[in-house]
Design a protein around this ligand. Structure first.
Ligand SMILES: Nc1ncnc2c1ncn2[C@@H]1O[C@H](COP(=O)(O)OP(=O)(O)O)[C@@H](O)[C@H]1O
Ligand SMILES: [Mg+2]
Length: 289
């Protein structure tokens, strides 16, 4: 069976090359003929001849190029994850709104009002209000980002305005900071309607972010029934065939921090010895048949 793996042309570090290797090796083990193509090359190939996709039984879309993903769907391809899932997960503002709408616990979150251009006075009232609702410090996130790079812990009103100004008032949200979760969270990998692997992540410095790419370390973790339930509900709400759900273990119970449609597959393999890459490929085969 021929499957196409789509990844992003910009991500060519060891971390992503190793992940590709894991996917290729896993495919081989279950007799899948996996071909890799990056999004830029695939876009060019489609421009030349759209029929090239016909030979693939399915597309494993491990990228965030949602327009390319949608294009493949429009051409009649079976694409997993689908463009709706990738869109829902890539934009944290959208993720939180969908989860909230499904009564899935999320941190108290406020999205910065949409402005055509930034002026401090337009946001004065909003900033005053979120400080009173969330108290300081609070967490700020850009809607799009990963590896903790666009996530900030802000301690003063001045820091809040500095960030909003830097981002020109665009694509930001503010949320409640859980001090009891400082530097730790859990990552639950869901494939289909099953939890297949889970790890507990801890920052190795005083950083409040537990991302492994940020210098954290991890160990195998056995999730509670409630954590499993929330992870599965999140995957379903966001239309994910597979995903990595990040959960904060707050003193009031588990809260979804974010959901990754393209969760990294190597770290979870190294930490738990569970090959999620293989489980995703097996799921795709079963799904097609
Ligand atoms: N509201 C919060 N309270 C405490 N820690 C948080 C909060 N939100 C995020 N974090 C920490 O920051 C990390 C990165 O945040 P996340 O939303 O997952 O962004 P990214 O997409 O960059 O991984 C999380 O794994 C967690 O350790
Ligand atoms: Mg994360």
């Amino acid at each position: 069976m021929k499957i196409l793996l789509v990844n992003n042309i910009s991500l060519s570090s060891d971390k992503f090359n190793e992940q590709n290797k894991l996917l290729m090796q896993s495919a081989k083990e279950i007799n899948i003929d996996l071909e890799i193509m990056n999004n830029a090359r695939l876009t060019s190939e489609l421009a030349k001849n759209e029929n090239i996709v016909k030979k693939f039984k399915a597309i494993l879309f491990y990228d965030k190029d949602i327009f390319l993903c949608k294009k493949m769907e429009n051409l009649g391809c079976k694409v997993l994850n689908c463009s709706d899932c990738i869109k829902n997960c890539d934009n944290k503002a959208l993720t939180y709104q969908i989860l909230e709408n499904h009564n899935i616990p999320i941190p108290k979150t406020y999205i910065v009002p949409f402005l055509f251009y930034y002026k401090k006075k337009y946001l004065n009232e909003f900033v005053e209000t979120i400080i009173s609702k969330l108290s300081l410090p609070l967490v700020a996130k850009k809607w799009f980002g990963s590896e903790g790079q666009q996530v900030y812990l802000l301690h003063t009103k001045n820091e809040i305005f500095k960030l909003i100004k830097k981002e020109k008032g665009k694509e930001l949200l503010f949320q409640q900071y859980y001090s009891e979760c400082h530097g730790s969270d859990i990552r639950i990998n869901v494939v289909g309607n099953e939890v297949v692997a889970c790890m507990h992540r801890k920052s190795s410095t005083n950083d409040f972010r537990s991302n492994l790419s940020n210098g954290g370390f991890a160990k195998t973790y056995s999730p509670s029934d409630k954590e499993i339930e929330i992870a599965k509900l999140s995957a379903k709400a966001l239309n994910c065939d597979f995903c990595g759900v990040d959960i904060l273990q707050t003193k009031n119970g588990p809260v979804v921090c974010e959901v990754n449609s393209n969760a990294h597959l190597l770290n979870i393999y190294k930490v738990t010895t569970i090959n999620v890459a293989k489980k995703i490929l097996e799921y795709i085969v079963n799904h097609i048949n």
